[in-house]
Design a protein around this ligand. Structure first.
Ligand SMILES: Cc1cc2nc3c(=O)[nH]c(=O)nc-3n(C[C@H](O)[C@H](O)[C@H](O)COP(=O)(O)OP(=O)(O)OC[C@H]3O[C@@H](n4cnc5c(N)ncnc54)[C@H](O)[C@@H]3O)c2cc1C
Length: 328
């Protein structure tokens, strides 16, 4: 069987690796000139199923709790297992109680505990939740790493939209085109996520920190080299245009509330990604003839792509026997 995967975001590359591991001949076709140019390159890289359960279905925790193991096995050394710290400023501590009531897998910390984990935050917050089993990675490094692993396994990459014409010469097409499928795939919508990178040597963080707020929840994910990803808005829109002044002000204000030293940081990059999402905000693998679509990762591309990639491999290796019937 010869398989072509359209799209070299996190969905496409995780599927490619799972199929290559099963000995299936696979090619990757990507419209852009490199991997990770879509939403995947703008992600926070948090593997945080316990925190996400605050607003997500139980399925996100069920499928996502093994994601860090998958990434560690695929890319040794890329996954940082330092947990997630969730804080709230004095007047918003009720938000922490609310968050705790909707999640599990945390410990309550006092100021001393917070300082022990993140010395830069000493004296800034009285209470926090610590989700010790969570992890994070750098999405761009991870996807560049997956590309190297795939190239080493002999998987060819074809860049540029002209390469799309090749798709017809394959037995099976796996559509991992993310937000580009909005309007062509029933029920798929876009959820705009705005983010920025700040650079400062005044603060050191070892793990993603979420700052709860009734209107503007924010997270800061450390990337190393004094670089911090600050994210992210969640706006019901598939507009991928530049970040709005309001979102920029709100993200910067929230970062400043987390630590005033972010006020002196340099804004190194602004970004906007469109998260593809189905009405239940859960990803789907759908089969239509010889086309398998893997889409709808919403806020959970890095968290849930390994599980969905496993489902695609199971379909193609007949562990899910109905595939032949779907492929009329
Ligand atoms: C700001 C932000 C923060 C996020 N943070 C996290 C996080 O911390 N953890 C997490 O798990 N998830 C996070 N997400 C969600 C995650 O980024 C997405 O769910 C995920 O990237 C979707 O991946 P994808 O591969 O489906 O789409 P994409 O990454 O958009 O990839 C689709 C690819 O298909 C290509 N393409 C389009 N059309 C064609 C075509 N016809 N032929 C060939 N190629 C084509 C595009 O160029 C693109 O490269 C975040 C998202 C955003 C926007």
């Amino acid at each position: 069987m010869r398989v072509v995967i359209k799209g070299a975001g996190v969905a496409g590359l995780t599927v490619a690796l799972e199929l290559a591991r099963h000995g299936i001949e696979v090619h990757v076709v990507e419209c852009a000139g490199a991997v990770a140019t879509g939403a995947s390159g703008l992600a926070g890289g948090m593997l945080a199923p316990w925190c996400e359960r605050e607003s997500a279905d139980e399925m996100v925790l069920t499928l996502g709790r093994t994601a860090a193991d998958w990434w560690e096995e695929a890319l040794p050394g890329h996954v940082i297992r330092h947990g997630t710290l969730v804080v709230a400023s004095g007047r918003d501590t009720g938000e922490l109680t609310r968050f705790a009531g909707r999640t599990s897998g945390y410990d309550w910390l006092d100021g001393t505990g917070i300082e022990a984990l993140e010395p830069s935050l000493a004296g800034r917050f009285r209470k926090a939740l610590f989700f010790r089993d969570e992890a994070h990675l750098d999405p761009r490094r991870a996807l560049a790493g997956l590309q190297r692993v795939l190239l080493d396994r002999g998987v060819p990459f074809h860049f540029g939209c002209a390469a799309e014409d090749m798709a017809g010469s394959f037995d099976t097409i796996i559509d991992c085109t993310g937000a580009a499928a909005i309007g062509q795939t029933a029920d798929l919508r876009g959820v705009r996520g705005e983010m920025l990178f700040l650079e400062t040597s005044e603060i050191a963080l070892s793990r993603p920190v979420r700052l709860l707020h009734p209107r503007i929840p924010l997270y800061v994910a450390p990337r190393g080299d004094d670089r911090f990803m600050v994210g992210a808005t969640t706006i019901e829109s598939d507009d991928a245009g530049p970040i709005s002044a309001r979102s920029l002000m709100e993200l910067l204000n929230a970062a400043y509330a987390l630590h005033p030293a972010f006020g002196e940081a340099r804004v190194a990059e602004l970004g906007v990604g469109v998260r593809p999402a189905y009405p239940d905000n859960l990803p789907r693998v759908t089969v239509d003839g010889n086309v398998i679509s893997v889409n709808g990762f919403y806020r959970h591309g890095f968290l849930l792509a390994p599980a969905m990639a496993g489902q695609v491999a199971a379909i193609l290796t007949d562990s899910i026997p109905n595939y032949e019937r779907h492929c009329a």
